[in-house]
Design a protein around this ligand. Sequence first.
Ligand code: MN
Ligand code: MN
Length: 480
Amino acid sequence: MPADLDLAIRGGTVVTASDTVRCDVGIRNGRVVTLAESVTGAAREIEADGLFVMPGGIDAHCHLAQPTYGGVACADDFETGTRSALAGGTTTVLSFATQVTGEPLRETVTAYRASAQGKAMIDYGIHLIVTDASPQVLGQDLPSLIRNGYTSFKLFMTYDGYHIEDKGILDVLQVANEEGALVMVHAENHDCIAWLSQKLLAQGDTKPHHHAASRPMVVEREATHRAISLAEIAGAPVFIVHVSGREAVEQIAWAQNRGLPVYGETCPQYLFLGADDMERPDFEGAKFMCSPPPRDRANPDTLWRALKHGTLQVFSSDHSPSRFEGPDGKKAHGTEAPFTKIANGVPGLETRMPLMFSEGVSKGRISANEFVALTATNPARMYGLGPAKGTIAVGSDADIVLWDPDRKTTLSNDMLHHNVDFTPYEGMELTGWPVTTLSRGDVVWNDGEVLAQPGRGRFLARSTPEPILRYRQTNAANAA
Ligand code: MN
Ligand code: MN
């Protein structure tokens, strides 16, 4: 008689965003079909004694196969990026299709979808980056793309060639809310950065660490407040990406206290790096440059509280893979290049989950359940992926990671699977490690070995984000 189940995970402790339970997990056709005290008779068993059985991570903000910008290449494509993700306990990634100004959005998406074809090792979704809020984009492209499962867009308030004026932001927010998508905003004031940068360069302050001085917290605070106000005016929820520190957190908390549907994420670079890292000699500081930049060393305390108390709901990597060496990396314009010419971005797809597990769960800053919420369940709800992704429940996809909570590891770039030649977290001592990763029931990572084939990952058409549904309910209740 053929076995009823393909796989059973036995003897582990299942952790979801809400509960911690000793039970077995039965898997059939890539989905969880049984949670029980004892699951026997499966075709294959995985012994999970002493391990946490957790939902696979969802990295809702990472950059794979992005266009070259300023002579600097995106080092990771969908193959190396997803390989790196699964080795770090992540089973779903959301990357970005970037509209070049004037290009029809549908063409942007078609070309970007092709770049994942035959490469992705785990499931992936795609956010749209809107740079041109033309009547065609607003009236036709966005509504039809939302119906095809692209239910989130990112807007930039800074960067030449990408940033969009306030009026365009209002237009996109309105269409998103009406049609069922969530708007993510990169909140930094473009003109303030340009003004401050010019001043710094004129006085000879050109080093990597002057990058931090060109975009201090007030630049982010002002833009965060403006994004919140624009969302209030347009009547739409808004999600603030890569919140770097206390001043932006204050704005988000202020909005939430007023009952506004404002959400946000932070990233490893703001918890585990500091502005002083950019002062390292011999151009090493460039390894730590990203936007917004890492802040002062007291700043992470505020972010931990914001994560713990739900002011920020999501923990993403903002993996932006530029190599350090080579003609198309951070040294593209030489080691004397002014900070305005050095590529922004730090890698972090593979280290996101282990860093948060070690610094958060192992050090007692957050619970194991909060870890699951921040790294998997909340991103699934925020971006229309639940309940198939982001939890362990009967009917959900068997995207599962087994964590050894006691395993000690010293991070080094040699052990990572991305195509970047450094990690900003080199030498950090971690407690807790993802020892086995399952994607839809397939063991894709085990005992230090990648077992997945490129191309097995599927495109995820996403449903309406929960913030939109919740906002509609609130409005309906207020109208009644
Ligand atoms: Mn950004
Ligand atoms: Mn980003």
